[in-house]
Design a protein around this ligand. Structure first.
Ligand code: ZN
Length: 445
């Protein structure tokens, strides 16, 4: 005898793509009490809300492990509420937020503040990443044990490299002891100097100061050497050079616990995009050469790079509306990541759909040690539904983010997230444009 399930959601007829859980094909999915309650040939219990997802792809919820939510301190750029709304609209069910806020997330109380605010206002799960060093100054390591207890899932001084090798060694040792990965923004600040874009043909043509690829290569090489010395888990953020991809590939072949992520702008654009001096093509690390971009794509394909992460970095229009030299680094990315990945990687057959799903769900879940990444029964009821055929145009003015800084405005993409479900609750549902029939059919309040 089946009980009526008031809080059950039944996704009928979708194409499930769950490589981690070993599911692939047309099947139904039942979510109840915040968990995956059944997959395959399951009947909807009485009272379940039913959603027809025929013709759509049903994947485990996507996790973006590199997001700047800007709260506390710069709520004019983004808040936990607005940033997670943008995440949900972009198909993400969880985000990990970087600690370079004001104040930075370097104490138990700041980590708890973010989690408290998230529990009130976030529409996705929020996993705080705490700082490696106090005040992100690169000198004294934080109380990582306390930070982990408070809820931090990793440590990073993102925005800056921990340039002092001895401090980084001690940080890796401590992080290993408390079981946290260290995420490195691998860029030697002395080699970067006053550079504002990738050093190469286009920096010469455009007359802008260059940042050599070596600034990243040497930082990744040192970090890997220290990972080897300490046995710690090292994650390279936003990898952007062919040299760095090769170093990570060799470290992994050696058996070191080294992982990496790539951002959509680095697998999509090259430094040529800086022509026109659009401040929205300025980021850190910078857009690189075609050979570097191709190496990032190959790294994503062969598994050297196990994660796609956005590095969503909102800035106000007044801050970005200045000369290229003076503009802050970074672009928003939550709402364009899936469309870019489907268009640039899957339609081009660089990645098959299974691999893309892994890079955006099970991959980041494994690095951070958080739940999700699969639709196996008992898993969190976090689901991302994709329409692979939807053609759409990026319209920054319609973004859920408080910021508009993207170089992709006006770009045509094919494929997008259409429904985002967190803990069994629909937190985002787009109106279909391509004739597919996903509509929440229930009239249940
Ligand atoms: Zn960074």
């Amino acid at each position: 005898m089946e009980m009526a399930r008031e809080n059950a959601l039944y996704l009928r007829g979708g194409t499930v793509v769950d490589p981690q859980g070993g599911h692939h094909g047309e099947m139904d999915l039942l979510l109840a009490d915040g968990r995956v309650a059944g997959i395959g040939n399951v009947r909807p219990p009485a009272g379940a809300v039913e959603v027809n997802v025929r013709g759509l792809v049903v994947a485990p919820g996507f996790i973006d492990m590199h997001v700047h939510l800007r709260e506390p301190g710069r709520e004019d750029k983004e808040t936990i509420a607005s940033g997670t709304r943008a995440a949900a609209a972009g198909g993400f069910t969880a985000v990990a937020c970087m600690p370079n806020t004001d104040p930075p997330l370097d104490t138990r109380s700041t980590v708890e503040l973010v989690l408290r605010e998230a529990s009130r206002r976030a529409v996705t799960r929020v996993y705080p990443i705490a700082a490696v060093t106090q005040g992100r100054k690169g000198k004294i390591i934080t109380e990582m044990g306390e930070l982990r207890e408070a809820g931090a899932v990793a440590v990073s001084d993102d925005g800056d490299w921990v340039a002092d090798g001895h401090v980084m060694r001690r940080a890796l040792e401590y992080a290993r002891m408390v079981g946290l990965p260290v995420i490195s923004h691998a860029e030697d600040p002395l080699l970067r100097g006053c550079g504002v874009m990738h050093e190469g043909y286009w920096s010469t043509v455009l007359g802008l100061r260059g940042i050599p690829a070596a600034a990243e290569d040497v930082a990744v090489a040192r970090d890997i050497a220290l990972a080897r010395l300490t046995g710690a888990r090292l994650h390279i953020a936003h990898i952007s050079t062919a040299g760095a991809v090769d170093l990570v590939r060799r470290a992994r072949a050696e058996g070191l616990e080294v992982t990496a992520e790539a951002a959509p702008h680095h697998f999509t654009l090259t430094d040529e995009a800086v022509r026109g001096y659009n401040a929205n093509t300025r980021m850190s690390p910078p857009l690189r050469s075609e050979a570097d971009r191709d190496a990032v794509r190959e790294g994503l394909r062969d598994g050297t790079i196990g994660v796609i992460a956005t590095d969503h970095a909102p800035h106000t229009e007044t801050e970005k509306d200045v000369e290229f030299d003076a503009a802050p680094n970074g672009i928003i990315g939550l709402e364009t990541a899936v469309g870019l990945a489907l268009t640039e990687l899957v339609r081009t057959k660089i990645l098959d759909l299974e691999t893309l799903v892994l890079r955006m769900s099970a991959g980041p879940a494994a690095v951070l040690g958080v739940p999700g990444g699969t639709l196996a029964p008992g898993s969190p009821a976090d689901v991302t539904v994709l329409d692979l055929g939807a053609e759409w145009t990026v319209r920054p003015e319609e973004s859920c983010s408080l910021s508009r800084n993207t170089p992709f405005g006006g770009r045509r993409l094919v494929g997008r997230p259409v429904i985002t479900i967190v803990g069994g609750r629909v937190v985002h549902s787009a109106r279909m444009e391509s004739g597919a029939t996903a509509a929440v059919e229930s009239a249940r309040p």
